[in-house]
Design a protein around this ligand. Sequence first.
Ligand SMILES: Nc1nc2c(c(=O)[nH]1)N[C@H]1C(S)=C(S)[C@@H](COP(=O)(O)OP(=O)(O)OC[C@H]3O[C@@H](n4cnc5c(=O)[nH]c(N)nc54)[C@H](O)[C@@H]3O)O[C@H]1N2
Ligand SMILES: Nc1nc2c(c(=O)[nH]1)N[C@H]1C(S)=C(S)[C@@H](COP(=O)(O)OP(=O)(O)OC[C@H]3O[C@@H](n4cnc5c(=O)[nH]c(N)nc54)[C@H](O)[C@@H]3O)O[C@H]1N2
Ligand code: SF4
Ligand SMILES: [Mo]
Length: 705
Amino acid sequence: MVETRYFSCNLCEALCGLEVTVDGERVAGIRGDADDVFSRGHVCPKAIGLGELLHDPDRLRQPMRRLASGGFEPVSWDAALDEAASRLRAIRERHGRDAVALYVGNPVVHSLRSGLAAQLLTNALRTRNRFDPNSQDSNPRLFACMQVYGDALAMPVPDVDHTRHLLVLGGNPAVSQGSQMGLGDVRRRLTDIRTRGGRVILVDPRRTESARLADRHCFIRPGGDAALLLAMLHVLFRERRVDARAVDAMATGRRELARIAERFPPERVAAAIGIDADTITALARELSDAPSACVYARVGVCQSEFGPLACWLVEALNIVTGNLDRVGGAMFSAPAADIAPLGRRLVGNHHGRWRSRVRGLPELLGALPSAVMAEEMETPGDGQIRGLVCLAGNPVLTTPNGPRLERAIEGLEHVVAIDYYLNETTRHAHIVLPPRHVFETGNYDVILARLTVRNVARYSPPILETSDDTRDDWSIACELAARVLGAGRLAGPITRAARSAPERLIDALLRMGPHDVTLDSLRDAPHGVDLGPLRPSGGAGIHHPDGRARLAPEALVADVPRLERWIDAVDDVGLVLIGRRHLRDNNSWMHNLPALAKGPSRAALFMHPTDAAARGLTDGAAVRIESRTGSVDATLRVTDEMRPGVVSLPHGFGHADARDTLRVAGALAGPNANALTDEARVEPVLGTSILNGVPVEVRAGGFLR
Ligand SMILES: Nc1nc2c(c(=O)[nH]1)N[C@H]1C(S)=C(S)[C@@H](COP(=O)(O)OP(=O)(O)OC[C@H]3O[C@@H](n4cnc5c(=O)[nH]c(N)nc54)[C@H](O)[C@@H]3O)O[C@H]1N2
Ligand SMILES: Nc1nc2c(c(=O)[nH]1)N[C@H]1C(S)=C(S)[C@@H](COP(=O)(O)OP(=O)(O)OC[C@H]3O[C@@H](n4cnc5c(=O)[nH]c(N)nc54)[C@H](O)[C@@H]3O)O[C@H]1N2
Ligand code: SF4
Ligand SMILES: [Mo]
């Protein structure tokens, strides 16, 4: 029987409402739900991929155990869980808790059950060697918010629907659909800013899809954002555009910030960042003159050499221009179910409580930078990593110098993966436990619904019965955690008792929340409930005891001299590599789905014509790209959308070695950008990987597979 069901897509932060046609156990069609209160029918090709994932013949449907001879055999859940737990226990007993590492990947942020599974495994394993993609992604912003507002999760969201001026640095929302700024139908929303007389400005080393929707685009040298923002602050202070009384009512540190900015006149930074002084001055004046404005920076900035500084200065600019916590500026959301208080209790706002054993990089929010994973596995001694639990991640393709990590993982005593696929990472696992498709588990996007440009709530109950031998992440984590902690006989009863805990948690949070909704009322609202626009919090979003933000946090101010040295030492560094996202990619993991694998290759190296000419390279040539860590081959695309001196490659490709288990992705193959990124290059404040601005050389003659 064909039925129509509604579900909220959990692949990116746009949280689009989907209309899913279900025919028995199969998904017959997926399209945008025109009645969805948030996305209003908008959808992207990845939604089709979400349907195809359900039926992908390469997706695992029963637990797998690696054979000594290579290859995998299916095993029962009990056998798989017992073996995984006893091997992990043995490592813990012999070498201590830190000998078992935990990596949790990006999808856990998008799924209630996987997110809770990650938290449960974190608490059960209690290892200092816990890793996640934040050190490739959000750590600079989390740390900046922790410093400026007193809480890592106090992340103001751009009021895109009302602002008159949006300055975007290092984000490409037209492709990524917005990040830490959930906004379905981003193209229309950006265009609307201009229609109502406002302005959209993009700062990016590439003239991106978003830049083409903007009023103005400025090419910037990778890593230049912190210097640009300080120079803009310089202009605002010099031209007395800062309302001292208003700022002081909301924040401390204005004078110190002004003293720092004084050292960064536009004339001093212009050459280093590649934006002339007049343009910098204009960017500052326009921001200050706009009736409302918001500065927003994302992954391109976080993954750069001065990510933490830049993320701090974004908040500082929003505060000194009077745009924090006001309509059209950046505001703290009021989610229906707020997980932040629980997050503060479980994770806290910690930094530097411990350091990695080999390189001494600091912990942030309970995790060490992924850049140290390989060396912690390879270096003998007390605390060496000997076992790994990998939940929803593919670090071989997503962390710097993935090939080295792959070799290190191959040398581990025991690896347990919880994943849909035998991918580049999980094919090295000894036991692989297959999770259930989200259509079969249901979802409430509890983390990302805090970061949407309107307050919305939507619960997606399961829309399909499970017909295979998969289990949801939360149940898998309950079973595994109980066994690792030595309560194996209780694992079944505990898991059964905890089965509906995720939904009960959401219901409790909804009842405690500021809006009049419950899980039951959301069940009756398949198109979601609109809870209105973002509203000023009256300072409630700021968590410092005095209720005021910090404009000059010590931990960040301390890194300013390094920035000064950088801008004063402008030398020709040769070519540097940055990243790129595409609509039909989702980090490393959806290339096995025909709807997303199809079309022209997206994995080309983009290069400016002058750089190509200097190397005698032409469009379409096979090239070899080399960095300190390795080399990959790609097809060259010569395009003036790149800034001279900067080349760009998407991450998430490099599937050739997994072609036996990922047959569609394996045929795509493509270069692994993270064979070029360097685990030794991290910014010094937090140890965030520098994935943008990687020195490379490019020459003719790559061999293309
Ligand atoms: N289709 C699709 N959507 C996605 C994803 C995906 O893989 N595919 N991934 C999701 C995830 S995990 C995330 S975190 C978000 C990320 O969301 P975004 O941050 O919007 O992601 P990107 O498209 O990578 O945009 C980063 C931009 O930074 C630019 N850039 C690089 N270096 C610098 C620099 O030094 N300074 C400046 N100013 N710009 C720089 C790049 O050219 C690029 O345009 O997207 C999410 N959405
Ligand atoms: N060079 C470069 N590297 C980057 C980036 C970049 O811009 N440039 N971006 C970085 C960013 S922002 C991020 S977030 C990371 C992502 O890094 P990762 O999280 O390591 O990688 P993903 O590709 O998202 O892999 C997710 C894995 O989870 C599995 N999976 C999907 N859904 C589920 C589920 O519900 N349950 C379980 N158990 N498994 C699931 C998939 O099969 C896949 O194997 O990559 C980072 N790496
Ligand atoms: S834009 Fe994001 S949420 Fe919307 S359909 Fe695509 S992947 Fe799903
Ligand atoms: Mo990400």
